[in-house]
Design a protein around this ligand. Structure first.
Ligand SMILES: Nc1ncnc2c1ncn2[C@@H]1O[C@H](COP(=O)(O)OP(=O)(O)OP(=O)(O)O)[C@@H](O)[C@H]1O
Length: 327
């Protein structure tokens, strides 16, 4: 999506965050989110997602770089930004003795133009639990209450920090539907999640953070297209991988065999699958347990983690070699 500067509801340029003690958790990241877009920030544990989102919410001041939310600096112009955003933190931390509806009413008292309490609870499927004390809610129900609070002020921009952690499968699907409906009504959403399937289902665009930097960004389709697709099958007894047509001619870039099981990697799924199936038909061979699948976001994510680990291992080995050669 091409977004002009005016349409950029969130605009982040070379953002950095350094904690007391000098640790740099966010190391120069840039991205933007257009109106009505859902942008997902993904990353390994400690990659810097929460550190980044806190800067966008105006909860902390960047060490360097610039953040604009709805055209304002969320830290120094907090009063202009805060009423227009909704924030769902990882831990809501509401008083546990209050009931669900009392909690929402209390929060509504601090929110201008708040939705009616009943409407907020219905949106997140908590209306039946309105009179239950917060301390009696399940973990998933507490997440729904956190979401109700974030939605109270009909925000133009919604920050969702791991919104479905602790929800069961049904609760997760309900939340996805709600988020889609909000986005369809023009709400801009910034989501962090550990569930790659969630990002794949919801995000218009995403960024994968690693050690405070953006390792990969794009639409889910663009990100998964960086990884090869997979074809796996079992050959009948008496057939071996060498009996297949030359794999390079099928566009296959890598393969593994384990007994009769063959796994192929290819950046050209249709070409490779067609070539393989034509061969099987002509040779009268049944490819058992045939499985043809494009790469998933999870594979792209794991590949980044692997590359980062291998890169680090290579750097460490280089450092050891340098040390040895100096000694
Ligand atoms: N207050 C702090 N002081 C010093 N370092 C911190 C502080 N808060 C976070 N960090 C460090 O900054 C890095 C990024 O943390 P952050 O919580 O932003 O990561 P994250 O991507 O949200 O991780 P997770 O997926 O585990 O929630 C981590 O190495 C963390 O240990």
């Amino acid at each position: 999506m091409n977004t002009t500067t005016e349409e950029r509801v969130i605009d982040v340029t070379d953002l950095r965050r350094t904690y007391a003690g000098g640790f740099e958790a966010v190391r120069g990241i840039s991205f933007h989110v257009g109106k009505g877009e859902l942008f997902a920030l993904l990353g390994t544990n400690g990659a810097g997602k929460t550190s980044t989102v806190e800067l966008l919410e105006g909860l902390a001041k960047p060490a360097a770089g610039q953040v604009r939310v709805l055209g304002h600096d969320p830290y120094s112009e907090r009063a202009a930004v805060r009423p227009r955003i909704g924030v769902m933190l990882q831990e809501g931390g509401f008083p546990s003795e209050l009931t669900v509806s009392e909690s929402v009413r209390m929060w509504a008292g601090c929110t201008s133009g708040a939705r009616p309490v009943r409407e907020a609870l219905e949106l997140v499927g908590l209306a039946r639990r309105a009179d239950v004390r917060v301390k009696m809610l399940s973990g998933g129900e507490k997440r729904r209450l956190d979401l109700a609070m974030a939605l109270l002020g009909r925000p133009e921009v919604l920050f969702l920090d791991e919104p479905t952690t602790g929800l069961d499968a049904e609760g997760r699907v309900d939340t996805w539907e709600l988020v889609r409906a909000l986005r369809a009504n023009g709400t801009t959403v910034l989501l962090t999640t550990h569930y790659l399937e969630e990002a794949e289902m919801l995000a218009d665009r995403l960024a994968i953070l690693h050690e405070g930097r953006i390792a990969l960004t794009g639409t889910p389709g663009e990100v998964t297209a960086t990884q090869p697709s997979r074809i796996s099958f079992e050959l009948p007894d008496g057939y071996f991988v060498g009996d297949l047509p030359p794999l390079g001619e099928l566009g296959v870039t890598g393969h593994e065999t384990d007994g009769q099981t063959v796994r192929l990697r290819t950046p050209e799924l249709q070409r490779s699958a067609t070539g393989l199936l034509l061969w099987a038909q002509e040779a009268g061979v049944e490819l058992r347990r045939l499985d043809v699948r494009p790469a998933s976001l999870e594979e792209a994510f794991l590949q980044i983690a692997r590359e980062a680990r291998d890169g680090k291992a290579a750097e460490e080995a280089d450092a050891v070699r340098t040390k040895e050669s100096v000694a």
